[in-house]
Ligand binder design. Structure first.
Ligand code: DLL
Length: 431
């Protein structure tokens, strides 16, 4: 099933022609309306008219998150303030948030792209979609909400939190699709188990999970525990919000809605574009936005792109699951570590739950990495010897994946804080 088959399965050459026209129009729009871009284009000696082929994208300037901060709050908007109907913002850990603005047409297009996403998860007008992403300045709640309405589904705007009530509503309203972060989905599964509710007794069929990195192993765990299809949805507020890319039931990477977003992968050190299949930093140019179009936005997310048509028939480029941002990469004694590498080990292990936290510290100039992970209640009350064996096994397994020694601490069930939104996996005491 498709939401817009003509676009989703379009011949790539034909798609390229549409993209080129949209790119030219976007470059002209930002050059004429955003002083920041006029200067950035002029500094590179390029004019919008110089764009003749899609490949000319590589001559355009990059945009980074700090450019939004430096132009806080509305400096990068290309539309007049009277035409902006909504703003969202992402709260960085320090300083001012980055603010994005949408015109009426942007909101309509975003809802349409989100509706496309729900169809990937098997959604249709008969679906009951429970939106458990946070509503507010975060794009998750309202983005998922407008998409569900555009699809024609019955939309349940609960936002995050109050987990027992979420579950009651799922039962009473016959929710078929749940939209939330994967870590919250896992917490919902755990809460259902505590309440003695069999997830299979619900009408739940699928989940649209994103906003944070999660591994394939975590997907299998969630699918198994909730008895649903778990779809990965990617997006970021600077580019639009949720719905930039989504995977389908083939789970072979997330289809990027290329009629709106031009993806590139670059080497983050040389800033040179990399070919399909190679891993690097995802860069996105929005080619059909009015409020805040961005040219070559450096997402910091590490992934790779694949061009082959998917088994589902869609021709749009697919990106691999994002397993981390370059900012989240830890450097421990000189070795690069992504939290997702640790997650993939833990989720595969029997007797531990997938609730974990990573604590990084430095003593006498030496970095240490501790992984705290919950064990099952049965094992926790078991003999010390078994706990010791398990701890050694996890340490050895993580060491073989990362190539560095780590300390594993087994903690009692339910001691690691549960997340209703984006999970905080890492506490870095070195900062
Ligand atoms: O997280 C938008 C969103 C809401 C996406 C709901 C999906 C669902 P931001 O708060 O701006 O926007 O955070 C964007 O989150 O650059 C990635 O690092 C990370 N991220 C988002 N989706 C995924 C995903 C929303 N599916 C940042 N897998 C991005 C891995 C993700 N990381």
């Amino acid at each position: 099933m498709y939401w817009n088959k003509e676009i989703e399965c379009m011949d790539r050459e034909q798609l390229g022609l549409i993209q080129l026209e949209k790119l030219k129009a976007t470059a002209k729009k930002v050059y004429e309306n955003v002083p920041f871009y006029k200067k950035a284009f002029d500094d590179k000696g390029i004019r919008p008219e110089d764009i003749r082929r899609l490949d000319d994208l590589k001559h355009l300037p990059f945009t980074v998150k700090n450019d939004l901060r430096d132009n806080y709050p509305f400096g990068l908007f290309a539309a007049k303030q009277e035409d902006i109907v909504r703003v969202h913002a992402s709260s960085g850990t320090t300083g001012k948030p980055t603010v994005v603005g949408y015109t009426k047409r942007d909101i309509k297009n975003w809802a349409d792209l989100m509706a496309r996403t729900y169809v990937f998860a098997g959604g249709n007008k008969n679906s009951v979609i429970q939106v458990a992403y946070g509503y507010g300045l975060f794009t998750g709640g309202l983005g998922a909400h407008y998409g569900a309405e555009a699809l024609g589904a019955m939309t349940v705007p609960v936002s995050g939190g109050n987990t027992k009530r979420q579950i009651m509503l799922m039962q009473d309203f016959g929710t078929t699709i749940i939209a939330c972060t994967p870590s919250y989905a896992l917490f919902m599964a755990e809460t259902m188990e505590d309440m003695g509710i069999d997830p299979k007794s619900l009408k739940l069929e699928a989940g649209v999970f994103g906003a944070e990195p999660w591994t394939e192993a975590m997907r299998t765990e969630i699918e198994h525990r909730l008895g649903i299809l778990a779809i990965d949805i990617y997006g970021l507020s600077e580019i639009m919000g949720p719905g930039v890319a989504t995977d389908c039931e083939y789970k072979q990477g997330l289809h990027i809605s290329e009629d709106f977003f031009l993806p590139e992968i670059i080497d983050p050190d040389t800033l040179e574009p990399l070919p399909y299949g190679e891993k690097g930093e995802l860069v996105i140019t929005t080619i059909d936005k009015d409020g805040i179009p961005l040219i070559r936005y450096r997402t910091r997310d590490i992934t790779s792109l694949h061009e082959q048509t998917c088994g589902c028939g869609r021709t749009m480029v697919r990106m691999d699951k994002v397993l981390g941002r370059s900012d989240d990469m830890l450097i421990i004694r000189g070795v690069n570590v992504f939290p997702s590498q640790i997650e993939s080990v833990l989720v595969e292990m029997a007797d531990v739950s997938p609730h974990y936290q990573i604590v990084v510290d430095r003593a006498s100039n030496v970095d240490s990495l501790e992984v705290q992970v919950e064990v099952s209640a049965a094992l926790f009350s078991d003999e010390i010897k078994r706990l010791e064996d398990l701890r050694n096994k996890i340490e050895a397994e993580i060491q073989s994946v990362l190539g560095i020694g780590v300390t594993v601490t087994l903690v009692e069930p339910k001691t690691i804080e549960r997340s209703m939104g984006k999970a905080k996996r890492v506490i870095d005491n070195r900062k």
